[in-house]
Design a protein around this ligand. Structure first.
Ligand SMILES: Cc1cc2nc3c(=O)[nH]c(=O)nc-3n(C[C@H](O)[C@H](O)[C@H](O)COP(=O)(O)OP(=O)(O)OC[C@H]3O[C@@H](n4cnc5c(N)ncnc54)[C@H](O)[C@@H]3O)c2cc1C
Length: 448
């Protein structure tokens, strides 16, 4: 611990006994996001254990941001002033079997929550590729999994508790507060500090996961709809080379009746004979079990296992959502850029997401296909390539993932979100002085 850090921690402890600095994240190296590509602009990171502590912290500070599990690749969570973590507010607050809902502390991760739900006989409708992320952080950026009938993770939210800039506790629910609720769920961290989230549940279920290798591009082109309809969740992985998609991951709900074995071929792709990582060169031990072995939903819906490093680690990510009706054309447009993309790429993933009604969701009012890129960590080169991809996708009106890297101008972004003016009004109502705004939000959201 250097002297400067020690003094800061010491004075913070003595000045504010109810809020403790999150020293495990502050000490040592600079405070960075999970991928290490973003260094946060402050090391003033505090941990709150209760709603009262959150309220006290908010009223004592004129600028702050909440940090979730730090899995965003851009500066959406950054602050030059103060960061607060709700990591220890991760309890199940209540569970209602009648209404099939669970209310959780905003700091809980899907990895912690899911086994609990399963044990109680319940499931969430979907998960992202990794369970390591916080529920509040994931919903705030419209994080999604795959499956044409599955909305993003925020679509499962039925109520929220938010502490606003004035320290007021606001409770919003889909049932009672239609408009404000729809504006608040994908809140981009701009409305206040979410302290509780209520999620819709369904009875727990089991799944089998199968991976196929080498799906010809032509088959994707001719049978995109049939491929997407073939499982509860479908992911296509590609390096864009050789006119094929390297891997197809099918996640099927497991019916109690004995099922038929998997087809040895799937639209020309061959059933894998061992577990695979989406980046074929990497060992599959970090991945959820495949080869049709039945398992509970939370051990099959994500690609990566809790307790293991997800994805590749040292990487960057970008993702664009386009209306589902343009899926094939958009994928082919990206494929034409293959020789510029592949040298910088670890892997791409193509997923489908159902439409929702949340104001700032990239899938609002449109079933979508998401074209994702896991990049090597070479930001100058990736930054130079993103405008090329964005231009190629422009005819399909792409919306970038709020938590990943993009270069689209604020004016372009603005034109894609019909409800942006309402969202800005809502943010000003909850936060008149811009306490929760930061450079990322000022540039990309709060534009006149
Ligand atoms: C390896 C990897 C795999 C990924 N896979 C997927 C994927 O499959 N699908 C997908 O869509 N995305 C994916 N992502 C992106 C990731 O899910 C999102 O960026 C998500 O927002 C991260 O959640 P977090 O808790 O880490 O949020 P953070 O990055 O910590 O914060 C995100 C935003 O949420 C706000 N926030 C967090 N908590 C609160 C709170 N309590 N109240 C108010 N605001 C809050 C922050 O201020 C910030 O604005 C992946 C990322 C990584 C690193």
């Amino acid at each position: 611990m250097d002297k400067r850090t020690f003094i800061k921690l010491f004075s913070a402890i003595s000045a504010s006994p109810v809020i403790s600095p999150l020293s495990a994240w502050v000490l040592g190296d600079k405070l960075k996001n999970w991928a290490g590509n973003i260094e946060y602009s402050t090391e003033n990171l505090y941990s709150a254990n209760s709603v009262e502590q959150v309220r006290a912290f908010i009223t004592q500070h004129s600028k702050l941001k909440v940090l979730g599990t730090r899995h965003c690749f851009n500066k959406i969570a950054d602050s030059s002033d103060h960061l607060i973590s709700l990591k220890s507010m991760d309890d199940v607050v209540s569970m209602d079997s009648q209404t099939r809902t669970v209310t959780v502390g905003a700091g809980v991760t899907y990895g912690k929550l899911s086994p609990y739900l399963h044990e109680k006989g319940f499931a969430l409708h979907n998960l992202a590729s990794l369970p390591h992320i916080s529920v509040a952080g994931a919903c705030s950026t419209a994080t999604h999994g795959s499956g044409e009938k599955n909305g993003n993770l925020a679509a499962a939210v039925s109520a929220l508790e938010i502490v606003t800039a004035g320290g007021d506790i606001v409770k919003l629910s889909r049932q009672k507060d239609a408009e404000f609720f729809l504006g608040s769920v994908v809140g981009l961290g701009a409305l206040g500090v979410i302290t509780n989230v209520t999620l819709n549940l369904q009875p727990t279920f089991f799944m089998r996961q199968y991976v196929y290798e080498n799906l010809p591009l032509r088959q994707m082109q001719d049978h995109f709809d049939a491929i997407q309809a073939s499982a509860y969740s479908v992911s296509l992985f590609t390096d864009w080379q050789k006119q094929r998609l390297n891997e197809v991951w099918l996640k099927r709900r497991f019916e109690p009746e004995p099922g038929f074995g998997p087809e040895p071929e799937f639209f020309g792709a061959k059933l894998a004979t061992k577990d695979l990582h989406p980046i074929a060169e990497l060992p599959a031990e970090n991945c959820t079990e495949q080869m049709g072995v039945p398992g509970p939903w939370f051990e099959r819906l994500p690609h990566f296992r809790m307790g293991f490093t997800p994805s590749a680690g040292k990487e960057l990510q970008t993702e664009y959502f386009v209306p589902r009706e343009h899926a094939v054309e958009a994928i082919l447009a990206v494929e034409r850029l293959r020789d510029q993309i592949t040298p910088l790429l670890m892997i791409s993933e193509i997923r489908t997401i159902a439409a929702d009604d949340l104001w700032m969701s990239p899938c609002r009012n449109q079933p979508s296909v998401a074209i994702h890129f896991t990049w090597k960590q070479d930001w100058p080169a990736v930054k130079a390539l993103l405008p090329v991809i964005e231009k190629e996708l422009a005819p399909f009106n792409p919306r970038p993932h709020w938590g990943k890297l993009f270069t689209m101008s604020p004016e372009q972004l603005k034109s894609k979100y019909e409800k942006l003016p309402d969202f800005i009004r809502l943010a000003r109502k909850f936060d008149p002085q811009g306490k929760f705004q930061n450079d990322f939000l000022n540039m990309n959201v709060f534009i006149s």
